[in-house]
Design a protein. Structure first.
Length: 276
């Protein structure tokens, strides 16, 4: 059973400047709710019991968000506001599930994953990238079902425009399992659009075998001087580890750019109104 999830949060968020010059991008509100809470809700609904946040010392604001008890207790005592009490109870629920580890040098997602090694208990775990929101359907829940069936690693998949492949890891299909699931033969980190093997992109949801830690220990730095999880996955595939690309049924929202962040708020507002 997959009961643990890791969420890399140490990125600097430069694509969302100037907002992120003073504020953690994961706490920026999307339709009245911090972006990270959408990710946490997805985890809980998928049956996750423990969540590991990878943060940097520069992003202590994230930890403070979940450990601001004295502030809430004082406000609740004086204001008697049901909404504030509800928010505090929700945050306390999240806090019980969360552990924090630190990645103080920006060495990429692969390095962030490696920081969690001593906390991962079971053979497989879930990783979610907070820039990627998937609404209308629970992508993690879908992927866990696929994992249970095939007993292997699974990655969320989306077809993107050919002229936009340089933003993602792009994979090659070895075999079509069914209309929504594909055996992967290779994956390349952010290829040039002219050299990309396909337009099948890996989106920020992964179910990974803990064997990945053995590969990450020896992984050399790739583009931008970072350790890319994509490069490590490619090596694992070459060693006959099965990875399935899952075409998820929800709607993908990119919260990592300014235009994407603004659009995410618009799209989510169409689904539900802010209740307060």
């Amino acid at each position: 059973m997959i009961k643990q999830a890791i969420i890399p949060l140490a990125g600097q968020g430069t694509r969302l400047l100037p907002l992120t010059s003073v504020f953690a991008k994961e706490l920026l509100p999307i339709n009245g709710k911090p972006g990270i809470e959408y990710i946490l809700d997805e985890c809980i609904e998928a049956g996750i019991k423990e969540i590991i946040f990878i943060i940097s010392k520069k992003k202590q604001l994230i930890k403070k968000y979940f450990y601001n008890d004295s502030f809430y207790k004082k406000i609740i005592k004086t204001k008697k506001d049901k909404r504030i009490k509800y928010e505090y109870e929700k945050i306390k629920k999240f806090k019980k599930m969360i552990k924090f580890v630190y990645q103080n040098k920006p060495l990429g997602t692969g390095d962030a994953v490696l920081k969690t090694k001593k906390f991962i208990k079971n053979k497989y775990f879930l990783m979610l990238l907070p820039d990627d929101l998937i609404i209308k359907r629970n992508c993690s829940k879908e992927m866990i079902k696929i994992h249970k069936k095939y007993k292997c690693s699974v990655m969320a998949s989306l077809k993107v425009k050919r002229n936009n492949v340089e933003r993602w890891g792009i994979y090659t299909i070895a075999k079509t399992i069914d209309k929504n699931n594909f055996k992967i033969s290779n994956v390349v980190e952010k290829p040039n659009s002219k050299l990309a093997p396909s337009n099948n992109a890996v989106i920020g949801r992964y179910i990974l075998n803990k064997d990945i830690f053995k590969y990450l220990r020896n992984q050399k730095k790739g583009k931008g001087g970072e350790i890319h999880i994509t490069d490590t996955i490619r090596k694992m595939i070459s060693k006959k580890n099965l990875f399935i690309g899952h075409k998820f049924s929800g709607k993908y929202l990119d919260c990592g750019t300014m235009s994407g962040y603004i659009n995410s708020g618009i799209e989510i507002s169409k689904l539900w109104k802010f209740a307060w």
